[in-house]
Ligand binder design. Structure first.
Ligand code: HEM
Length: 182
């Protein structure tokens, strides 16, 4: 993944636990580079190792680290100059989710070597939505939960989210049920 992602993992750890903790995590993950370069691509393994090491050092399950990371990512990208992209994505969570692939398409213009996931939003009769998430990568569904929580904060919405199909349990794709409460 692009260094931007690893830099965001660093940003999350440093902002909540301080730089010495980050250095421990980085070393435990076996990463020599003191700094990631946002526009450079790194093997996915680097990101997975960072998540694993953060989980060990912070004493949190890896899923919780990924979820916290997803939530932080919305804040981080908005601050790192992608705020306009968020604004162009819509005025509500539902509108934004419908535009997510198009938004990531613009990301691809900036980061041409990116390998992006695919999302599909399906409205349900009871007013909730199902978000279908397809990715060539494994194990990132908890990150999507965090991303949705971060978006909800951004739009000032209260939502409920539950995963209703799970690739790690043999489902063909991950699916989340999202309901807006307020
Ligand atoms: C302006 C905001 C955003 C930017 C700039 C952005 C950019 C990126 C970039 C650069 C990657 C790494 C891909 C790679 O290096 O191959 C990525 C991955 C990803 N993005 Fe976004 N993204 C944004 C918002 C979102 C939002 C709101 C979601 C909500 C669901 C999302 C879901 C994901 C997921 C799940 C991945 C992991 C890759 C995978 O599943 O294979 N992104 N994004």
């Amino acid at each position: 993944m692009y260094g931007l992602v690893n830099k965001a993992v660093e940003g999350l750890v440093v902002s909540q636990f301080g730089r010495p903790t980050w250095d421990r995590i980085r070393k435990r993950a076996g990463i020599e580079d003191e700094e990631f370069i946002g526009m450079e691509t790194y093997p996915d393994d680097v990101t997975y190792r960072l998540v694993g090491a953060a989980s060990e050092v912070l004493g949190l399950p890896p899923d919780k680290v990924l979820e916290a990371f997803g939530e932080y990512w919305t804040l981080y990208t908005a601050q790192e100059g992608y705020g306009e992209m968020f604004k162009a994505g819509g005025n509500s969570m539902r509108e934004f989710l419908g535009n997510l692939n198009a938004m990531h398409g613009r990301v691809e213009l900036i980061y041409p070597k990116t390998i992006l996931p695919h999302f599909r939003c399906e409205d349900q009769a009871d007013g909730s939505w199902w978000l279908h998430y397809q990715s060539s990568r494994q194990g990132l569904a908890p990150m999507v939960v965090g991303l949705i929580r971060g978006l909800a904060k951004m739009f000032g919405e209260t939502i409920e989210i539950a995963q209703i199909a799970d690739r790690t349990q043999g489902a063909p794709e991950d699916v989340f049920s999202i309901r807006r409460l307020a």
